[in-house]
Design a binder for this molecule. Structure first.
Ligand SMILES: NC(=O)c1ccc[n+]([C@@H]2O[C@H](COP(=O)([O-])OP(=O)(O)OC[C@H]3O[C@@H](n4cnc5c(N)ncnc54)[C@H](OP(=O)(O)O)[C@@H]3O)[C@@H](O)[C@H]2O)c1
Length: 123
């Protein structure tokens, strides 16, 4: 992800409305992983949540370093795709909504945050 961001920085710096949307996951949120009763709490894996948690850190660090670019992480929600054998409970159209919205956030929009379909989510 760092390599991709670095590769695109020269182009982003030429844009009047530069934005980066890092596709993270609710599984990245430590508080959800430990919260009893949360669907996230039931996920047994290590690599996937850890990689998304790293992506969250990359998001906030780049957002601080490049205040002229809107840089956010999003959680699309449990979406029916190849990733989960199409067991996700929402459509790709629904999952993509927050990604597209944050890509179009505009120069006065938030940066360094985590968002899902409902809006801003605490880290
Ligand atoms: N589905 C969910 O419920 C869910 C929930 C939260 C977050 N997400 C996140 O949403 C994003 C998209 O996931 P998805 O559900 O759409 O998964 P997906 O259906 O498995 O699609 C993953 C896509 O990534 C491509 N890809 C994988 N490794 C790659 C690589 N090394 N270089 C370039 N492209 C690569 C795949 O290309 P090929 O088709 O060519 O293999 C595929 O197009 C992921 O970041 C995932 O972690 C998904």
């Amino acid at each position: 992800m760092v390599r991709v961001i670095r590769a695109f920085l020269p182009l982003l710096e030429k844009s009047s409305v530069p934005a980066i949307v890092n596709v993270s996951s609710a599984l990245s949120l430590t508080r959800e992983l430990i919260r009893g009763g949360s669907p996230t709490n039931l996920f047994p894996g290590i690599g996937y949540p850890a990689s998304k948690a790293a992506l969250n850190v990359i998001t906030v660090q780049y957002a601080k370093a490049f205040p002229g670019i809107r840089i956010n992480a999003v959680g699309p929600g449990f979406t029916a795709t190849d990733l989960n054998g199409n067991t996700g409970t929402q459509s790709v159209r629904e999952g993509a909504e927050v990604i597209v919205r944050m890509a179009q956030i505009g120069p006065r929009g938030p940066s360094g945050g985590f968002f899902d379909r409902r809006g801003s989510i605490a880290w």
